[in-house]
Design a protein around this ligand. Sequence first.
Ligand code: NI
Length: 660
Amino acid sequence: MAISSTQKQDRSTELPPSTHPLDPLNADEIRTTVALLQDAGIAHDKTRFITVTLEEPMKDVLLEWIPDDVLERQAFAVLLDNTDGNTIEALASLTQQKILKHEHIPDVQPAIVLDEFFECEEALKQDKDFQEALRNRGITHFELLMIDPWSVGDYGDEPEQGRRLACALAWTCKEAGENGYAHPVLGLMAWIDLNTMKVIRVEDSGVVPIPGQSGNYAARYFEGKFREAPKPLEIVQPEGPSFSVDGNSVEWLGWSFRIGFNAREGLVLHQIGYSDPAQNSRLRSIIHRVSVSEMVVPYGDPDNNYARRNAFDVGEYGIGLFANSLELGCDCLGLIRYFDAHMATGRGEVMEIRNAVCMHEEDYGILWKHSDWRTGDVEVRRSRRLVVSFIATVGVYEYGFFWYFYLDGTIQLEIKLTGIVSTGALAPGETRKYGTEIAPRLYAPIHQHVFNVRMDMAIDGPNNSVYEVNTRSEPMGPNNPLGNACYAEETLLKNEQDAARNMSLESARHWKIVNPNVTNSLGQPVGYKLVPEVNAFPFSDPQSSVRRRAGFMNHHFWATAYNSRERYAAGDYPNQSDPCVDHGLPDYIKQNRSLENTSLTVWHSLNSHHVVRPEDWPVMPVATIGFHLKPVGFFDRNPAINLPPTSSKGSKNSNDSNCH
Ligand code: NI
């Protein structure tokens, strides 16, 4: 992108003042960063901009920051030079209008950007060998092909070493726009060099007849008869929402936090805290920064058509880049506040995603209730939650990330998985034990979606400790004559290697993060517990390439000493990462730093195990995985006991004959 001289001159006056050091880069700041990189000769017309994001100020700097303090605005960029395949990291000062440093990072491949997907599909459609393999399968309408480039991992194959590659798989449509994932072109894989956009290898392992049954689901193609629509259900908030928003700062019924967003992690929540009415509305910090740091989807079929299928959707593609522009009344119901996202495209232009983040309130049933059977008094309070969410479409799958804040101090993450499963084909009469036939001869291999959530904790201050809590049975004996006794045993996780832990149903295990320097009125250290939910262990072999590259899968819980540079569970550059070395969490914890009464980061791995069902086709109903963070002694008692009774004018008794 060429920058005109007028634009260059105007740059210093173009920048609107940022209101807070954690505000994501705005469109002008992205343009300025790109221009600074171009002016310095670091970026040119063969450069791909992988990410251009805010360089967030350090935690200790932010803790000291007060409004009106001017902090230097910095932007961090990862660039790929297509001429030599080099990866460059650069840091720009937007305040000083200059590049502070730039550095070649050897032996890594940055994430694959959207432009590469399109160029890759075009290159393949023009390739003679690929075309011939398609003709052998009776496919002549190349315009109806759907080509999905997958990251290639690292399996030690020559001549792939050192090249930036994608492996393309193909599906075909019967007519433009229909669901091609119903018609996989199995047995055909192509490797493309993404720097030159040249096809380097077409692998044809034999023709498998293409499954023919339609998988169409879109309203305009829907072939069945729509069922009767449910009667309208409207969310009405006649007096407006209970939240208030100032820029990216949100306040809601005691809660406060800041919304952040970037290309790699998508939604980031900063400075989550609670103004405690029991402490003169003192703002008590809980989490300094939280985001989904990585996810990987390993597939479980050993056949060559499937064995390399795995995708690190955060680190290899960037879930923020694939965020949906959300629609009122469809994705989000009720009184909605949206936040837009600005990111750089591969060519350094600004991509705006309108309504990328949705925020609204939801009624959530009852929060607490008691009927006094002696007096007949009934007290009930309704639960309400604030929902902050975004949805990313990464290839076939949709991932919705929903953060919930509750009136009793609970924080929850719910990840919603929907979209289309990755498909293959069965030969006539073939059955396979590694997956499910989901339509005639249409096959979906077993797989897992493993997420990792990174949380910089700040329970009532910067210095925290972490305990594992296991419930133990007391042996039957003189101290436990009836054998009923059990107790919760707390074990301090003193260092990083001790803190790599797995779930245990046998001991109802959870983890508790406390501030040992602050106690509640009962003398207990204030804390929050991480309550894991449905989860699974990985099934790929510990020595397999994908398991080695995604070592964060090995444990459900990790804790590390805070380091703003240690951001990603599978490391900075998971694309084509080397399976012979440790990346991300297994590497970070080699330092075995102390976790006692210090600034720490907690990481939770969530493994959504997917044995595919016919009912997951053609579009899968939402499956969920997540966890809760619940206050433990953070408050002195139920912090929602002070909620006043409410009534609902809109609710009616449908038993009444005049109620419709
Ligand atoms: Ni799945």
